[in-house]
Design a protein around this ligand. Structure first.
Ligand SMILES: C[S@@+](CC[C@H](N)C(=O)[O-])C[C@H]1O[C@@H](n2cnc3c(N)ncnc32)[C@H](O)[C@@H]1O
Length: 202
């Protein structure tokens, strides 16, 4: 009983290792996609905050099934060997002037997935403010670069203005909601904001 939190963490980590994924976070995307059907074979996907690469690898293997394209951007390089054939990797800040311009050049996208998170400091206010900044910037990118009927997933730390971001997402998508996958650690304060079916541009 006392160990249930760790046991759960360990079972996801061990499974990820067995299945060849560099991080247990893969099972969050699996659950989000199983419940919301975000991505289909042939789609063009943008993965923001992609390293070490579990979401990218899962998208390649199980969602686009080797067809389509994944643009994966992170401050750190992917830890995938080999990097899948559908992947265009960009290493650096997704929102620097240069990298953002490159993401626009490679768009538009059928789906944008963002598991991006700041380095945590232990100060909840600082961490949630930084997480909110990342989430807002992903929404701006989606507003510009997501195709009509496209879908969006964004991680945000709870307390980081998620209601305001959901409000903006409701203007852009037929449906927008918060979702906490079972694979999130029990003590984690992250949550995912999901936008389904991008409305036509005005
Ligand atoms: C939880 S990890 C992502 C795990 C990934 N989804 C996977 O399954 O392997 C969060 C990532 O966000 C990245 N990140 C944070 N801020 C970023 C930024 N401004 N631009 C690009 N990546 C960023 C971090 O470098 C980190 O690798």
């Amino acid at each position: 009983m006392a160990n249930s939190r760790r046991d759960k963490a360990d079972s996801y980590t061990l499974r990820a290792h067995r299945e060849g994924y560099p991080a247990r976070s893969v099972y969050k995307l699996e659950e989000i996609n199983n419940t919301h059907k975000l991505i289909k074979p042939g789609d063009s996907v943008l993965d923001v905050g992609a390293a070490p690469g579990s979401w990218t690898l899962f998208t390649h293997r199980e969602l686009i099934k080797g067809k389509g394209r994944i643009v994966s951007v992170d401050l750190n390089p992917l830890r995938l060997d080999p990097v899948p054939s559908t992947v265009i990797e960009i290493t650096g800040d997704a929102f620097s002037k240069e990298n953002r311009a490159r993401l626009v050049e490679l768009g538009p996208y059928d789906c944008i997935i963002s598991d991006a998170a700041p380095m945590t400091t232990g100060n909840r206010t600082v961490d949630t403010t930084r997480s909110e900044w990342l989430a807002e910037n992903v929404v701006y990118l989606a507003e510009e670069q997501l195709r009509e009927h496209g879908n969006l997933v964004i991680k945000i730390f709870q307390g980081g203005g998620q209601e305001q971001i959901l409000k903006t997402m409701r203007t852009l998508f037929a449906k927008a909601k918060a979702f906490k996958p079972k694979a999130c650690r029990d003590d984690s304060f992250e949550i995912y904001l999901i936008g389904l079916d991008r409305k036509p541009r005005a």
